[in-house]
Design a binder for this molecule. Sequence first.
Ligand code: UDP
Length: 195
Amino acid sequence: DQYVHILDIPFINTTKEQFIAQQVLPALSQNIPLHIVTANPEIVMEAHQNPRYHQIVKEADYVVPDGIGVIMASKLVNNRLSERIPGIELFERMLEIAHDHNKSVYFLGAKEEVVEQAVTNIQYQYPGLDVAGYHHGYIDIHDQAVFDEIQTEEPDFIFVALGFPKQDEWIHHYKGIVGKGILMGVGGSFDVMAG
Ligand code: UDP
């Protein structure tokens, strides 16, 4: 089956490379905005307890299983998901694609010095990567200045590290007002990449 439902969250049943080839690359080339949630068990439980967050996750374009706990839960509903897709691996794969296809990237989230260091490290790892900009994540989710800056740049990828549920609330709102962008919440990834 293409979707496996766990606690009323529709997980797409795919592998990382298939997901990139069949969902990400076509949206990227046609400028179709995508909201991707890499959901671990904590996110599934938050959605289970928070109806508004549940609705946002359900309205995302794709929810992929991040973490062995989600794969185990899929066995319990007798509909095994093919593969765990860790958020950080998908994030790194997207950076590689942006680099290879000359697509621009924007980074929103984490503390000022963390996002700055993460961007420096990423630029070192992907020389020539088109960084449209970055901003720390200690903002209101409706912060107009940040929206305006990002809308002006029209980045192809926007990685949002605000923690959940905030990152998906931000993406949900932003996706409603712009015409393009692969939008993905990346949790604590900037902290990891800042080293
Ligand atoms: N974060 C942020 N703004 C906030 C809350 C958190 O930018 O209002 C950042 C935080 O600095 C960290 C990332 O979001 O880089 C993930 O935070 P946390 O570990 O709390 O969330 P989780 O990884 O559990 O989603």
